[in-house]
Ligand binder design. Structure first.
Ligand SMILES: NC(=O)c1ccc[n+]([C@@H]2O[C@H](COP(=O)([O-])OP(=O)(O)OC[C@H]3O[C@@H](n4cnc5c(N)ncnc54)[C@H](O)[C@@H]3O)[C@@H](O)[C@H]2O)c1
Ligand SMILES: O=C(O)CC[C@@H](O)C(=O)O
Length: 627
């Protein structure tokens, strides 16, 4: 006997309660609209949770509504645009299973029928109330004899249907659960895509955050092979809340932790996690990756990725994304600010004032105009600093390992020594390559112009701090500004550096990229990349993986196969696909010296054994089926 599926309508099929929406329409322009809508919503909730009888809830709402028949077409039009996302995405389920689907709702057929018609559910499978109209077309009440107009009417309605086979109820309210409690249904799925009601979830056999989950649990055909709510995302290090918001709205299960975790804790926490989000403090090591049994991707919500073992990630088929440009401007502005503050001795003057000392003087206070700024590392940040520094009248020289196009009037130098010797301020913007350790040490500091300044907002290990301290204390260097340190704490709290207390030194706690704008942009950019990979397999801008941009595929399944790049593997994959007579509508391959990433789009109908056969191919690292 086939399973029968009984759906609620309001807040399950649609994202809203239809009568609340009708109130918005019927009360438009009235001065007491907000007050009435609030009342209607609270009466709706009381009825759904079973705190007042449904008949009472309905009566009280109809009075407050003051709606008319001609409001209904407007309501239906608006409801069409508010069908729950996962219901819309699984329209085919309703078409294919229409003979097993019923709608039992305490809403009204006048608006449910037209919405469900588009989902192939005919009116005779829809059980709901009907309005009573006055001759002038006002909604004045409802058919009081309908079971569904009375308390627990859904139980009686379902009982009368005398359905054969298992009956599963899918709804958001307690009034849906009671069908299961009364024994007329065998399973109750609390549907929480739009609203999560404690009284419903507490009693549910299963909580379904969307229709994908319901279909997955029942092993029914669905739009997504794996429901998004089952994809766990762990965000560490106080990543901007927009990232949580974006990923949660997409349907993923997201957990946040405000600080970074030491290796041992991360090893425990990473189990079952599909996506890890970090900033600069979390070390993603071999040991962490070994414990990461489900990991698909790591998002670095920053520029630097040296904290991640990129090769080990690649070998395990874990894709790494970062945000290479989101905080560039923030770093540039801080660097320029530091340069100006140092040249004017502002921090020294400010400290004196805080200590109650007025020291009005022009000694050691100079304009930046006409001074030489030496930029080491002419990448995204270095280049932008070059433009801004010229805009305030500085002369820019730069040094980069690579051949870089000079912007504006900036002058390229071919030896770092030349840059150090002529610059009034040297700003470091090299990448975090290990070879840059102590790039600026005793020798380089000695080459700098007497009285000049050193600014480091790149990575802490780039400057030899004891040597810098010596140079500052000897009076050779005029001052320094540091934002990054060889060793930085995992979370906010105590911090020790040998530079503390040294005059003319500005110290900031790695906040170059910590602006609202940058963090918001990162929180938009990185989740976008992650979602693109999870949802469609795109690896554009991946840091450690062959980049591939895939076309959007409709009416097809997509297989993602990550494998070691060994000779003959593509032939083997295609042999398996041929053996199972798969109809390939598109195939895309991208490789590097270590891994290959092949994406195959296929016709919807296929023998599911092919999945296991592809997984079993030797040298397979990861295999995933999308929609
Ligand atoms: N303080 C912060 O909060 C903060 C924020 C963002 C970025 N950063 C750091 O700033 C640095 C620069 O970032 P970016 O986005 O401009 O990177 P980028 O990769 O665009 O540029 C780095 C440049 O440095 C050059 N380079 C590397 N080693 C060099 C060397 N020894 N000598 C000369 N040039 C060298 C590279 O060729 C490249 O052009 C990175 O280390 C990054 O991690 C810090
Ligand atoms: O904000 C961070 O944690 C790191 C900032 C910066 O060093 C980066 O790599 O983008």
């Amino acid at each position: 006997m086939k399973t029968q599926y009984v759906f609620d309508f309001d807040s399950t099929i649609t994202r809203v309660e239809a009568l609340d929406l009708l109130a918005e329409i019927s009360l438009a322009g009235r001065s007491d609209k907000e007050e009435r809508i609030r009342k209607i919503s609270s009466i709706t909730d009381l009825g759904i949770d079973g705190d007042i009888s449904f008949t009472e809830s309905l009566q009280r709402r109809v009075v407050l509504l003051e709606a008319r028949q001609d409001h209904l077409p407007v309501l239906i039009e608006q409801l069409r645009g508010r069908v729950s996302k996962s219901i819309e995405e699984n329209k085919e389920f309703f078409e294919n299973f229409r003979d097993q689907i019923y709608i039992i709702s305490c809403g009204f057929k006048e608006f449910i029928d037209p919405i469900m018609e588009a989902y192939s559910i005919p009116s005779d499978r829809i059980y709901a109330n009907t309005f009573a109209f006055s001759e002038e077309g006002e909604i004045v009440g409802f058919d009081q004899d309908n079971y569904l107009a009375s308390h627990n009417g859904k139980i009686e309605c379902l009982r009368q249907l005398q359905l054969q086979g298992e009956v599963q109820v899918i709804g958001d309210g307690y009034s849906d659960y009671v069908m299961r409690e009364a024994g007329v249904a065998q399973k109750f799925f609390a549907y929480t895509e739009n609203v999560s009601r404690q009284k419903a979830t507490a009693n549910a056999d299963h909580i379904a955050p969307n229709l994908d989950e319901f279909l997955f649990v029942n092993d029914l055909p669905r739009n997504l092979s794996y429901p998004k709510n089952r994809i766990k995302i762990l965000l560490l290090e106080n990543i901007h809340s927009d990232a949580f918001e974006r990923l949660s709205v997409e349907g993923f299960s997201v957990e946040t932790v405000s600080h970074s975790l030491p290796e041992a804790e991360l090893i425990e926490k990473i189990k079952g996690v599909h996506v890890l989000g970090i900033r600069s403090k979390t070390q993603v090591t071999q040991n962490v990756l070994q414990a990461a049994d489900r990991l698909l991707a790591v998002g670095a919500f920053c520029i630097g990725t040296k904290q991640i073992d990129l090769e080990a990630c690649k070998e395990r088929g874990v894709i790494v994304f970062n945000a290479p440009y989101s905080n560039t401007r923030s770093v540039v502005e801080l660097a320029l600010g530091h340069i100006i503050m140092l040249m004017r001795s502002i921090f020294t003057r400010s400290t004196e004032m805080h200590e109650g000392h007025w020291q009005k003087t022009a000694v050691n206070a100079r304009e930046v105009r006409g001074k030489v700024l030496g930029i080491v590392g002419y990448g995204n940040i270095g280049k932008q600093l070059s433009v801004l520094a010229e805009a305030v009248g500085m002369k820019v020289v730069f040094y980069d390992l690579e051949d870089k196009l000079a912007l504006g009037n900036a002058q390229k130098v071919f030896d770092i020594k030349d840059l150090l010797a002529q610059s009034d301020a040297v700003s470091l913007h090299v990448d975090d390559h290990p070879e840059n350790k102590n790039l600026i040490g005793e020798k380089e500091l000695a080459l700098m112009k007497p009285g000049s300044f050193l600014i480091n907002l790149s990575r802490g290990f780039v400057v030899d701090l004891p040597a810098l301290k010596k140079s500052l204390e000897s009076g050779h260097l005029g001052g320094a500004a540091l934002d990054v340190y060889p060793s930085e704490p995992r979370s906010n709290g105590a911090f020790v550096t040998e530079l503390a207390g040294v005059p003319h030194v500005i110290l900031t706690p790695h906040i170059g990229g910590s602006t609202e704008e940058a963090q918001r942009d990162i929180a938009d950019f990185v989740p976008g990349k992650i979602m693109d990979y999870i949802n469609s397999g795109n690896t554009v801008d991946a840091v450690n993986f062959p980049n591939i941009r895939l076309p959007k595929q409709q009416n097809a399944h997509r297989f993602l196969h990550i494998h070691q790049n060994v000779p003959g593997i593509m032939a083997e994959i295609n042999q398996v696909l041929a053996k199972y007579e798969m109809n390939i509508s598109g195939q895309y391959l991208s490789t590097d010296n270590k891994v290959g990433y092949v994406i195959t789009d296929l016709d919807k109908e296929y023998n599911k054994d092919v999945i296991q056969a592809l997984r079993e191919i030797e040298h397979t690292i990861k295999f995933r089926v999308l929609y």
